[in-house]
Design a protein around this ligand. Structure first.
Ligand code: PYC
Length: 316
């Protein structure tokens, strides 16, 4: 029997796409979002592939399933996913979700709580449409960690949590400029693979599934640094990556290079910018606040014809 159709709304946040399934998605129950994300992974992975993979999607597509929230006072719950798996957290996707909810007339300017598998985040929609997201608490786990990377030699970096686990590399490998996209992809992917092979992980053995390489900004008037972020499915982030910017803020805080409330302007490899600042939490972690812009750029209904060999996407 054909699966029921779903409706999606597309947007991009500073260049990075988000596709939110706004209706027709599977019933995952009413439990905490982390439990629902596990059910989604185990039983409905076809929908992730149908939304993110070709022929409807592409390697950089990030999807989100709009859900009823579990936590009180939240306007929505969401499970993010990409071309290979579910994501713990996604800030560019949250900004995309928020402009989608505005587009659908479900929310307006103001403060809105959103339930995710790694905790509640708070989004503030400005009158100008700009969105700031207060992320989950973030921290640097380790600094100056050395990893031997075949073909590239010894690479040093910091390990930090910003809602996903990141390995942050400064001024090593190919220069962080758009002309080096292919080399940056190979370099950061080789680092990610080496970290996994050598058993270098985040807390509790969690996989470091994002690698972030930094260099100077194209224009110091507009940004304080530029990054290239490798995502788990070997696509680079077209935006400055909100969880990656949160991990960066945690490292800047740990180094004493950025004070609470000070603004860090993080440019992406495409020179789009997120502004980040943080509050200090009593346990020494930081609460990052990341702001950026997103635009709704499409709506669609997806049909799953059982005669179509790629109705549920081409597996990646
Ligand atoms: O903005 O946090 C983010 C993100 C994660 C993966 C892609 N974008």
């Amino acid at each position: 029997m054909s699966k029921p159709a779903v409706k999606v709304v597309d947007s991009h946040t500073e260049g990075e796409p988000t596709r939110i399934v706004v209706s027709g998605g599977p019933d995952l129950g009413t439990g905490p979002m982390a439990d629902r994300a596990r059910i989604f992974r185990e039983k409905h992975d076809w929908l992730r592939q149908a939304v993110c993979n070709e022929p409807r999607g592409h390697e950089a597509m990030v999807g989100g399933l709009l859900c009823e929230p579990h936590e009180a006072d939240c306007v929505a719950g969401v499970i993010f996913f990409n071309n290979v798996s579910t994501l713990n957290m996604c800030i560019h996707g949250t900004i995309g979700l928020v402009v989608t909810l505005v587009h659908l007339g479900k929310i307006g300017a103001g403060v809105h709580r959103i339930d995710t598998p790694v905790g509640v985040v708070t989004a503030t929609v400005g009158d100008d449409g700009k969105v700031e997201v207060a992320n989950v608490p973030s921290y640097r786990l380790a600094s100056g960690v050395s990893v031997e990377v075949p073909g590239w030699g010894r690479v040093r970096g910091d390990i930090a949590w910003g809602g996903n686990w990141f390995f942050l590399i400064d001024s090593q490998g190919p220069e962080v400029v758009a002309e080096n996209m292919a080399e940056l992809t190979e370099f950061t992917w080789a680092v990610k693979t080496a970290l996994a092979v050598q058993g270098i992980t985040g807390e509790n053995g969690m996989e470091i599934d994002h690698v972030e390489s930094f260099g100077p900004p194209a224009d110091p008037e507009l940004a304080d640094g530029r990054n290239f972020v490798m995502c788990p499915g070997k696509a680079y982030d077209r935006s400055p990556c909100g969880t990656g910017t949160s991990a960066k803020l945690a490292c800047l805080h740990a180094e004493g290079r950025l004070q609470p409330g000070e603004v860090w302007r993080q440019a992406s490899i495409l020179n789009t910018v997120f502004c980040g600042r943080y509050d200090l939490l009593p346990d020494g972690a930081i609460l990052p606040r990341i702001s950026g812009r997103a635009w709704v750029n499409g709506e669609a209904t997806y049909f799953f014809n059982e005669a179509d060999p790629f109705a549920c996407g081409i597996p990646s």
